[in-house]
Unconditional design. Structure first.
Length: 269
C-alpha cells in the first residue's frame, strides 16, 4: 500500500487564468494611455486656449513682411531719396566733386548729382543732401543762390526744411512775410542772376557743421568782371544740411575777393 503525500503545494491554475491576466494588463495599459492623453492634450471638442505670451505668437513670414514693408531708409535722413545718394566719405577740401549737371534753381544755376538735391520742394528749391563733405558743398552752392522765403507762400515753407532752427530763422521768416505782404522792400536780386560760380574754399567741416567761401564772378555797373566771395555756413539738422543764416536779415554775407587760392568748380568746368 502506497503512502499518500499530504504536503500542500501550490494549486494548479486553469488554462484560462493566464489569458485573463494578459487581458487585464492590456486593459490597464489602455486606461493609462487614455488618461495621459486627456491630461496632456485638450479635448478635440473644445477650442485650444489662445497663447498669452508674445513669444508664442506667430510672426509674419519674411516674404509677407518684405511685401508690406516700405523702402529701407537711413534713420538719420530727412527724405526717402537720401538713401539712394552717394555717401562716399571723400574730402572736397582740395579736389572738387563731379557734378552730373548744373540745373536752373532760384536765381541762378545749381549743382545736381548723386551727392544731393534729390528732393524738390513746391518752391523749386532742392533739398536732401548726403551727410558728407560733398553733400555739404552741394547744399552750400544751392542755398547761396536759390533760397529765398520771401518770393512766395511756397517758398515760405523752405524756412523749416532749409534754414537752421533759431532766432535768426524766426526773424528771417517775419521779414519774408513783410516782403510778401508788400510792407517791406526786398533786396535787389538781379545781381544774383549774373553770378557765375568759379570755385570754393572750405573753411571747416565736421559731421555737424560746415563752412565754405564760394567764389563768384559778376559784371559790375560798368560791365567789368569782378570777383566776389559769399560766406555760406551750414549745420546738419533733422537729417539734412541746412543753412545757418548770417543774421536775422541776411542768409549769407558777401565781400570782395582778395586773391585767396581756391578750388575751381562751377558750371564752366
Amino acid at each position: 500500500m502506497s503512502t499518500q503525500d499530504t504536503t500542500q503545494g501550490p494549486k494548479a491554475r486553469p488554462k484560462w487564468f493566464g489569458a485573463a491576466l494578459m487581458l487585464l494588463a492590456l486593459v490597464l495599459v489602455g486606461l493609462l494611455a487614455w488618461g495621459l492623453r486627456v491630461f496632456l492634450f485638450p479635448n478635440n471638442d473644445e477650442p485650444a486656449a489662445e497663447p498669452t505670451t508674445s513669444a508664442s505668437q506667430t510672426a509674419p513670414s519674411s516674404a509677407s513682411a518684405s511685401a508690406s514693408a516700405g523702402p529701407v531708409v537711413d534713420a538719420d535722413a530727412a527724405w526717402d531719396c537720401q538713401s539712394d545718394l552717394n555717401n562716399d566719405d571723400v574730402s572736397v577740401a582740395d579736389s572738387a566733386p563731379t557734378v552730373e549737371e548744373w540745373v536752373a534753381g532760384g536765381y541762378n544755376v545749381i549743382p545736381f548729382s548723386e551727392f544731393g538735391g534729390c528732393q524738390k520742394q513746391p518752391s523749386g528749391l532742392r533739398v536732401g543732401y548726403a551727410h558728407t563733405e560733398t553733400g555739404s558743398l552741394m547744399a552750400a552752392a544751392t542755398y547761396s543762390v536759390a533760397l529765398d522765403p520771401s518770393v512766395s507762400d511756397e517758398a515760405a515753407q523752405d524756412l523749416e526744411v532749409a534754414i537752421a532752427e533759431g532766432s535768426n530763422r524766426i526773424l528771417l521768416g517775419e521779414r519774408a512775410q513783410r516782403i510778401r505782404d508788400g510792407l517791406e522792400q526786398s533786396d535787389d536780386t538781379s545781381a544774383i542772376t549774373r553770378l557765375t560760380l568759379l570755385g570754393y574754399i572750405q573753411n571747416s567741416y565736421t559731421d555737424e557743421a560746415a563752412s565754405y567761401r564760394l567764389i563768384y564772378s559778376a559784371p559790375d555797373a560798368s560791365g567789368l568782371e569782378q570777383t566776389l566771395i559769399a560766406q555760406v555756413d551750414l549745420v546738419w539738422e533733422d537729417g539734412d544740411w541746412k543753412l545757418d543764416p548770417a543774421s536775422g536779415t541776411e542768409l549769407v554775407t558777401g565781400s570782395r575777393y582778395q586773391g585767396q587760392p581756391y578750388v575751381q568748380w562751377g558750371p564752366r568746368e
